[in-house]
Design a protein around this ligand. Structure first.
Ligand code: ADP
Ligand code: MG
Ligand code: ZN
Length: 469
């Protein structure tokens, strides 16, 4: 039996307005080389100055994943040549990272360190161009222990990591724009044996690619080993078109980065007070919310996962639950109806016309018996397209429900009078005909009678009429 062993290295772009060591903008999508200065262009003598907000965001993520934040960490120079790296080295934390020893979904986090991004090469038909807007954009790298045992687990871990990054407003999580990139280290071993040799698959920028790349790589390694070969430690690239991983470089070609502490930068000192402030500013995170929804609201874990997937939806749900006093109903509406409408309208919840308070008022109308279930659905659809208040829609469309027993009784008596034959059949023991009579009563009341009450009154009248006959 083969076992799969995976460790993930995730790069997340921090949501700062300016770069990690200079004041240049980090905005995505600007014209090439318009957001650069002597520092991020690597001009000799230009001095880097650490961005405090970047450190703060890195600490946020460290705390959100249960890491220990170290009071002293060190920025080092990672030396290599590449045209997108103007200084000839990348500033990164190496042997003294900001944080270590976290955990997420049962996967241990080895370390979280800060570093700067490199520029970007743009390959055209006969030239390669370099855009240095991205050079010096702040990143954190989140490195897991090799605790992941399948592509599904890798995907679930990355999903949660991305959620937390977005909840904590550390990173926008946009994989298409490269705000979140993942390298997967993969090896296989026979059950009970020590860890096998790993290959690292670089730059996976979607969940689907992550899963396919791992699945392909596991099959490839097992095939090599079963046919008597050995795995060479390599860096590989995933080709999404062919669905395969290919060698990029082998261990022998691996760089010797000659790391050394950057003499232009001080040791980064983070005191307890700062860590405490950052901790206090963290929002409730997905796992805590899932646990609370289950415990306090009786929600299933499956529904809770759906609702916490984005923080805005979870916040919407919580506000609607609070305002309506009916968390269960709020959960069902959000899970089944709100998310469907957002999907249909192709909008995010921030652009949704219905506010949590509006949904709460609809829930209260339903709970108080002012409208019935069918009418509530109709009101909801109308709210979702027009943005009108539930009460206004109920009034405009005449959807209010009648729950006055006197009115229902009068209508019921008329129905019994007009359906003497059915009444007789009922008395002869046909329960089936009761349903028909209820239908007639609802029709008589143009569908607006409160259903339970209509049932109750009708049965009462029918039994009475037996007693009299
Ligand atoms: P490098 O800098 O060479 O990438 P690191 O130690 O920083 O090395 O990170 C290695 C990554 O590979 C970590 O995520 C770790 O969990 C993972 N890893 C280490 N050994 C194995 C292995 N045998 N199989 C799969 N993943 C591994
Ligand atoms: Mg690596
Ligand atoms: Zn700059």
């Amino acid at each position: 039996m083969w076992e799969t062993v995976i460790g993930l290295e995730v790069h997340a772009r921090l949501l700062t307005r300016t770069k990690i060591f200079c004041g240049c903008s980090t905005a995505f999508g600007a014209a090439p080389n318009t957001q650069v200065c002597p520092v991020c262009l690597g001009y000799p003598g230009a001095l880097p100055v650490l961005n405090r907000q970047a450190v703060e965001l890195a600490i946020r993520m460290a705390l959100a994943t249960g890491c220990e934040v170290h009071p002293r960490s060190v920025f080092a120079r990672k030396n290599y040549f590449y045209p997108d790296l103007p200084k000839g080295y990348q500033i990164s934390q190496f042997d003294k990272p900001l944080a270590t020893h976290g955990a997420l979904q049962g996967v241990r986090i080895l370390r979280i360190h800060m570093e700067e991004d490199a520029g970007k090469l743009v390959h055209e038909s006969d030239v390669s161009l370099v855009d240095l807007n991205r050079a010096g954009v702040p990143l954190i790298e989140i490195v897991s222990e090799p605790d992941i045992t399948s592509s599904e687990q890798a995907s679930a871990y990355l999903t949660r990591l991305r959620q937390i990054l977005m909840y904590a407003e550390v990173c926008d999580g946009n994989m298409e724009e490269g705000s979140l990139r993942c390298d997967a280290n993969v090896s296989v071993r026979r059950t009970g044996e020590p860890l096998g040799t790993r290959c690292e698959i670089k730059n996976l920028n979607s969940f689907r690619f992550l899963r396919s790349a791992i699945d392909y790589e596991v099959r490839r390694q097992i095939e090599v080993l079963e046919s008597g070969g050995a795995i060479q430690q390599q860096t590989r690239l995933f080709d999404p078109v062919a669905g395969e991983t290919r060698v990029m470089r082998s261990k022998e070609e691996a760089h010797d980065y000659r790391y050394f502490p950057d003499p232009d930068l001080f040791t980064l000192a983070v005191d307890d007070a700062w860590v405490g402030d950052v901790r206090a500013s963290l929002p409730a995170l997905p796992e805590a919310r899932i646990e609370r929804y289950q415990r306090e609201h009786g929600m299933s874990v499956v529904d809770a996962e759906v609702i916490v997937a984005t923080r805005a939806v979870a916040d919407f749900y919580e506000a609607a639950a609070e305002a309506s006093g009916n968390a269960r109903a709020a959960g069902n509406w959000v899970r089944n109806e709100v998310l469907r409408v957002l999907n249909e309208q192709k909008i995010g919840i921030d652009d949704y016309r219905v506010t949590p308070q509006m949904l709460a008022r609809l829930i209260r109308l339903l709970d108080s018996g002012a409208i019935g279930g069918k009418a509530a659905k109709e009101v909801f659809e109308e709210m979702s397209t027009t943005g009108d208040e539930a009460e206004r829609i109920v009034e405009r469309k005449g959807l209010a429900q009648v729950s006055d027993p006197t009115v229902i009784r009068e209508a019921a008596l008329r129905v019994l009078q007009n359906n003497a034959a059915s009444v007789e059949q009922f008395h002869a023991g046909s329960e089936k005909v009761f349903g028909f009579l209820v239908g007639q009563l609802m029709k008589e009341m143009r569908g607006k009678a409160k259903a339970e009450l209509a049932n109750e009154i009708l049965r009462e009248l029918l039994t009475k009429s037996t007693a009299h006959s």
